[in-house]
Write a protein that binds this ligand. Sequence first.
Ligand SMILES: Cc1ncc(COP(=O)(O)O)c(C=O)c1O
Length: 466
Amino acid sequence: MLTNGSNRSLEDIDKSGLVHAFSALYSQKDRDLVIWDHAEGLWLTTVDGDRYLDAAAGLWCTNIGYGRKELAEAAAEQMVRTSSVHCFAQFSNEPVIRLTDRLLDLAPENMRRIVYGNSGSDANDTQVKLVRRYNNVRGLPQKKKIISRLSAYHGSTIASGSLTGIPLVHRTFDLPIEGVLHTHMHDFHRRPSHIDTMDAYVRWLAEELEALILHEGPDTVAAFIAEPVTGAGGVLVPPEGYFRAIRAVLDRYDVLMIADEVITGFGRTGAWFASPEFGMGADLISVSKGITSGYFPMSACLISERVADVLYGEKADDGLFGHGFTASGHSVAAAVALANIDILEKEGLLANATRMGEVLLRRVREAVGGHELVGDIRGKGMIIGVEFDADRANGRPFADPTAVGSLLSKSALEEKLLVRGGHGRVLAAMAPALIATEADIEEIVHRFVRVVDRFADKLTVSGLKG
Ligand SMILES: Cc1ncc(COP(=O)(O)O)c(C=O)c1O
């Protein structure tokens, strides 16, 4: 029995004391725990010696793979040098200055300033505050509402959880807060039945957004937030022309575009940032996860010239910028981020993400594209989603996606393959580390075929098929 020095097992202590994120609390005691011991490359090993192939890069974040000593060394060196220093008022540190320079160099050309934080959620909270301050300084105190999209995931704090468009993040927490609205997500596979072409769908989505802005009153709408490729909400790649059409609507009503690049930033789609390729024309960008490959908590909000000019032009009576956290611009996080960016650059991992992402999408399509339960397979770079339907012929979804989705997750765990599920849909999302080789992709696909077979068997036995 593994213990912490007392006579209780790790499992016992975990189950009686630790609150797990996004899990049903009432069922915690009955869950089989998976306790990691160590990790390398795409592989994770439990304390019992079981090896799992991680096709999800943790929570879409270990872009350089597990176990890179360069990051550990950068962290250790910086911890000894500066330990915990802050960036309040006039205080700064060398790694965060160098990182700022590097990020502004890699970012879309209109980005000028950076606010640091510790998580994707707090980055999006900061964006809400930046948008509020931007319009207060402009003398437009009514212009504060933010439009997000149903199925979007932007975090789980009070503000970012409100931006999220997934009911389970709202339920029982009294969210969303006032001033956060949701329009439709692009989701061609689950589009309204009267729409049959992509062009018509893009037009409909843009018109829906415009109708919402007009209904609320353009003077009250400040910003729109979107992931370039929707991650947790279903791996939804925007249709051709979608963000350009949305951007045109925003421009008509003086509404800012916030690109949530928490998943897509730092190579996931084959570029440092995904928003330019989709024509988002972002005014503000959130990043986290891939900035340190998840090795150390860090986030950043990138601020464009348009917004920075207003914030930096503020009058003295607007007061101090009363925002920031103890660990904003943490020197160790910045040192880790710099070492991570070095690896992404030197090892050509963005190009590898494009190349291996194409192989992954093609091989998954070849392997399970014809399966009677597979409704749609989509992706961009190293992020792909396989959506399952109750009736493939007419694209009918499962009546109980949560119960069916848990059969899918169980099947994946039994095959020791880590994939992410979906909310409100039955989905297997794969987003392997960007270091994946063709052999890794083959192993992922090989296991995934067995996962789908197992899932089909469980579904038949469960009676949940309809
Ligand atoms: C697009 C996006 N934004 C924000 C977040 C929230 O990040 P965090 O969990 O670090 O708060 C996530 C997390 O998965 C995400 O996928």
